[in-house]
Design a protein around this ligand. Structure first.
Ligand SMILES: *Cc1c(COP(=O)(O)O)cnc(C)c1O
Length: 396
């Protein structure tokens, strides 16, 4: 496998690897040293010099966040907003669409629970119809069905790139082509994809994209971002405005700003912004194609070994599968497996119900074990995980 990946350096810069086997990177990855250092340094500066004064002093570092994110996604800095998490970033764009009764949203089976709630709310309030485009026989969004569903009623194509509860990678390039051809805005929930896959908004053809800091980007919790294509920004009036998003020009008038910062709050977690910028630069320094290759190869290895255990079923769908590895084990509750792993200093999570409701209810799944690997994980860690699981499977 990826021999040229400097795994020793990756682990040296990830101090958590001294304590635990962390297979919960889809939940929240381990921050690498340069990122936690940037976070702590900024907080110390605030402690010593004051929050506003520190922001003034580090203005170029704070602004650097937009340049780094733009580099990551191949867009321009004014198309980026810093938002406290991906859900709120997604909401700020989604709730800016003014849906009318009979309008349609085409979504995927992989949608995140919070998005489903937002669809239901807009359906209730504005009579919009949400259609979950079925998967093809491989378990990824069926692009032929999507193409056939395109008509005048469709106002938005809203897709989860990678679901929270499985290894599926939806065919976003194909979806982007269909959206572009039809002139329909394409909103991409790339939460599990950023930091894991090489993403290029031009190649994908998405118009809006949201991401979170704490997952595969390895940034701090409580950080995220939104990308909105230049040509769409001024058409989308954010559902919430403050005096950063808009200028108050007289007692009776305001003007909404023209860049993506219209979707932001004035008050922000500045240390998080600097640290997320650092995390993005750190990812870029490894190279996203190299990261993706290493993650896919580790996940492949893990899936292969899981499949060879009697009673274990890998539940990942799709042609392309990523670092999120999910499975079920006969007569062993996912929470029991999680607890057993925890007692061996192995972190995995359980994906249950609401987060992946559309997909799980379609497949009659309650919950699965989610072991999500990152590039700093190793084959030795996978073997250790498999050993623990094998001995658990031998117990009654
Ligand atoms: C985690 C996740 C989200 C939400 O991200 P937050 O930063 O927690 O708001 C959205 N979609 C998917 C697919 C996710 O995995």
């Amino acid at each position: 496998m990826s021999n040229n990946f400097d795994i020793r350096r990756a682990r040296k810069e990830t101090i958590g690897t001294n304590n635990i086997i962390h297979f919960n990177n889809a939940g929240s990855s381990l921050m690498p040293l340069p990122v936690s250092q940037a976070l702590h340094d900024y907080l110390h500066a605030e402690e010593q010099f004051g929050g506003y004064e520190t922001a003034d002093k580090y203005i170029s570092l704070l602004n650097g966040f937009y340049d780094s994110t733009a580099k990551l996604l191949n867009c321009s800095s004014n198309e980026i907003a810093y938002i406290e998490n991906a859900t709120r970033a997604w909401d700020m764009a989604f709730y800016a669409f003014k849906f009318q009764p009979g309008d349609r949203i085409l979504a995927s089976m992989a949608e995140y629970g919070s998005s489903v709630i937002a669809y239901l709310q807009q359906a209730k309030n504005f009579g919009v119809d949400v259609i979950y485009v079925p998967n093809d026989e491989q378990g990824q969004l069926d692009t032929k069905i999507l193409a056939n569903l395109i008509d005048k009623r469709v106002k938005l194509i809203s897709i989860a790139h990678i679901p929270t509860g499985g290894g599926l990678v939806n065919p976003v390039m194909e979806i982007g082509k269909i959206a572009k051809g039809a002139g329909i805005p394409f909103l991409l929930d790339a939460c599990q994809a950023v930091g894991q896959l090489h993403l290029d908004v031009e190649a994908i053809g998405c118009d809006i994209l949201c991401g979170t800091g704490r997952k595969y980007l390895r940034g701090p919790r409580g950080t995220g971002f939104l990308y909105v294509r230049n040509t769409l920004i001024e058409k989308l009036e954010p559902p919430l405005l403050d005096q950063h998003a808009a200028d108050l020009i007289s007692p009776t008038e305001y003007r909404i700003r023209q860049d993506a910062k219209r979707f932001e709050n004035w008050e922000q977690f500045c240390a998080g912004k600097v640290a997320l910028g650092k995390a993005i630069e750190y990812s870029l320094s490894w190279g996203l194609p190299a990261i993706q290759k290493r993650i896919y190869s580790l996940a492949d290895n893990l899936r292969g070994k899981l499949s060879s255990i009697v009673g274990v079923t890998v539940t990942d769908e799709g042609v392309e599968q990523c670092g999120i590895v999910t499975f079920l084990a006969k007569n062993k509750d996912p929470f029991t497996i999680q607890a057993t792993m925890a007692s061996h200093q192995i972190n995995v999570s359980v994906s249950k119900g609401a987060g992946s409701l559309i997909s799980f209810s379609d497949r009659n799944i309650d919950a699965v074990v989610r072991s999500s690997v990152h590039y700093y994980n190793t084959e030795e860690e996978i073997d250790c995980f498999i050993e623990v699981l094998e001995s658990l499977m031998k117990t009654n």
